[in-house]
Ligand binder design. Structure first.
Ligand SMILES: NC(=O)c1ccc[n+]([C@@H]2O[C@H](COP(=O)([O-])OP(=O)(O)OC[C@H]3O[C@@H](n4cnc5c(N)ncnc54)[C@H](O)[C@@H]3O)[C@@H](O)[C@H]2O)c1
Length: 366
C-alpha cells in the first residue's frame, strides 16, 4: 500500500492507495476518533449493490453502528433536494461534528457528501472512498465539493478537505469500459499539464491501461494523486497554479452544457476533446508545434476516445459553444482565461483569450 500526504497544515490528510485495502478503513476511522462507534455511509444504488454489504459487515464486525443512505446513481443526484435529504438524514441520526461521513462512490457522491460534510453543523469530518478512476485520480483529493442547481453545474459548493482518502483499485474492476476510459482522460491530463515523462510512459503502456493491469493502475493513480497533492498544497483555493488542473475543461464544459450534461457525452470524453482543442488552439496561436498536437491526438485515440465532436453533437453551433465558454468559472470581467500548452508537460494560463480568435479557430476546425 502507498501513502500520499496532502500537506495543508492542520488540515493535512493521507491518501492510501492499493489493491484490496478496504479493511484499512477501520484503522482510518480509529485514527480520526478512537471513541466514536457510529459511522454514516452515503452512497448510490449501483455502488451499494456491488460493495455495500462487504463494507457494512467489515464495520459491524469491528463494533461500529452503521447508518446508510443510498441515493440514485447519476449526475442528477448532486442536487439541492438530495443535499437536503442528506442533511436531514444526518441530523436525524445525530451525526456530530467529530463523527465521520463516508462518501462511497464516484465523483457525484464524493462532491455531494463533501458539501454535506462542509456544512453539517458548520463542518464535520468525512472520508472519501472513491470507486471510479476519475474520482480516484481527481475529485476525491483536493477538497472541491459541490452540488448543481438550475443555473448550472457545481455552482453551490465549498473548498472543504476530507480527513482521509482510501483508494482501492479493486473497485475499478466493475466499471463499464466507457466510465473507466472517461477517468483516463484526467490521467492523461496530468502528463499534459506538467509531466512529459509521465505522458510518454502512458503513451508507451496503453496496453496496460486497456488490460486494467493492477500494478500499472496503482502506479499511475499514485502519480496523479502526488501531482494533485503538490499543486493543492501550494494553491488550495485556486488563486493561481491550481487552475492548470482545468486543462481542456473550458472547452469540455461547453460541450457538456450543449449536450445537457447527459449520457450523450461523459465528462471524461468531453475532457479528451477539450484537451485536444486546447492543444490545437495553442498551435493555432503559435505556441505549440503541430506534430505535438498529432502526438496528443494519437495517445487519446489509442486509449479509445472518439475525437470527432460531430459524433456527440451533430449540429455544432459555434455561437452556443462560445456562449457556454463564457459561463466558465475562470471568466472574470468578461475575460476568458484558458489553459494552453507550450509543450507536453508545459501548460500555462492565458488570462485574456481572444473570443474573435476562438471563433476563427472553431470555424476552421469544424
Ligand atoms: N471535486 C472535484 O475536484 C471534481 C473533479 C472532477 C470531477 N468532479 C465531479 O465528478 C463527477 C463525475 O464523477 P464520476 O465520473 O466518478 O461519475 P459518477 O459518480 O456518476 O460515476 C459514474 C458511473 O459509474 C458508476 N459507478 C461508480 N463506481 C462504480 C464501480 N466501482 N463499479 C461500477 N459502477 C460504478 C456510477 O453508478 C455511475 O453510473 C461530476 O459531477 C464532476 O463534476 C469533481
Amino acid at each position: 500500500m502507498l501513502t500520499q500526504n496532502v500537506a495543508l497544515g492542520s488540515r493535512s490528510y493521507d491518501v492510501l492507495i492499493g489493491h484490496n485495502i478496504l479493511d484499512q478503513l477501520v484503522g482510518v476511522l480509529k485514527n480520526l476518533n478512537a471513541e466514536q462507534r457510529s459511522v454514516t455511509i452515503i452512497t448510490e444504488d449501483t455502488v451499494a449493490n456491488l460493495y455495500l454489504e462487504k463494507i457494512k459487515s467489515l464495520l459491524e464486525s469491528t463494533d461500529y453502528q452503521v447508518n446508510i443512505l443510498i441515493l440514485p446513481a447519476g449526475e442528477s443526484t448532486k442536487s439541492l433536494e438530495n443535499y437536503e435529504r442528506c442533511m436531514h438524514f444526518c441530523l436525524q441520526h445525530n451525526v456530530e461534528r467529530n463523527h465521520a461521513l463516508i462518501a462511497l462512490g464516484g465523483g457525484v457522491i464524493g462532491d455531494l457528501t463533501g458539501f454535506v460534510a462542509a456544512t453539517l453543523r458548520r463542518g464535520c469530518r468525512f472520508i472519501q472512498v472513491p470507486t471510479t478512476l476519475l474520482a480516484q485520480v481527481d475529485s476525491s483529493v483536493g477538497g472541491k465539493t459541490a452540488i448543481n442547481c438550475q443555473y448550472g453545474k457545481n455552482l453551490i459548493g465549498a473548498f472543504y478537505q476530507p480527513s482521509a482518502v482510501l483508494i482501492d483499485v479493486n473497485f475499478l474492476g466493475t466499471l463499464s469500459k466507457r466510465v473507466y476510459r472517461s477517468g483516463y482522460a484526467e490521467v492523461i491530463k496530468y502528463g499534459l499539464l506538467g509531466d512529459k515523462e509521465f505522458f510518454n510512459y502512458l503513451a508507451q503502456n496503453n496496453d496496460l491501461f486497456l488490460n486494467q493491469d493492477i500494478e500499472f493502475l496503482i502506479k499511475i493513480i499514485a502519480h496523479c494523486v502526488e501531482m494533485k497533492a503538490n499543486i493543492v498544497s501550494r494553491d488550495e483555493t485556486e488563486k493561481g497554479e491550481r487552475a492548470l488542473l482545468n486543462l481542456g475543461h473550458t472547452f469540455a464544459h461547453a460541450y457538456e452544457a450543449e449536450t445537457g450534461y447527459s449520457d450523450t457525452l461523459h465528462h471524461g470524453e468531453a475532457v479528451a476533446l477539450g484537451m485536444l482543442n486546447a492543444a490545437q488552439f495553442s498551435s493555432f496561436q503559435g505556441h505549440l508545434n503541430t506534430n505535438i498536437v498529432d502526438n496528443i491526438e494519437n495517445v487519446l485515440f489509442a486509449a479509445g476516445f472518439n475525437l470527432n465532436i460531430i459524433y456527440y453533437i451533430s449540429d455544432l453551433n459555434i455561437d452556443n459553444i462560445l456562449k457556454h465558454m463564457m459561463q466558465d468559472k475562470k471568466v472574470s470581467n468578461y475575460r476568458l482565461s484558458l489553459i494552453l500548452l507550450k509543450d507536453i508537460g508545459h501548460s500555462f494560463i492565458q488570462p485574456d483569450s481572444c473570443i474573435k480568435e476562438l471563433r476563427e479557430f472553431f470555424t476552421l476546425n469544424n
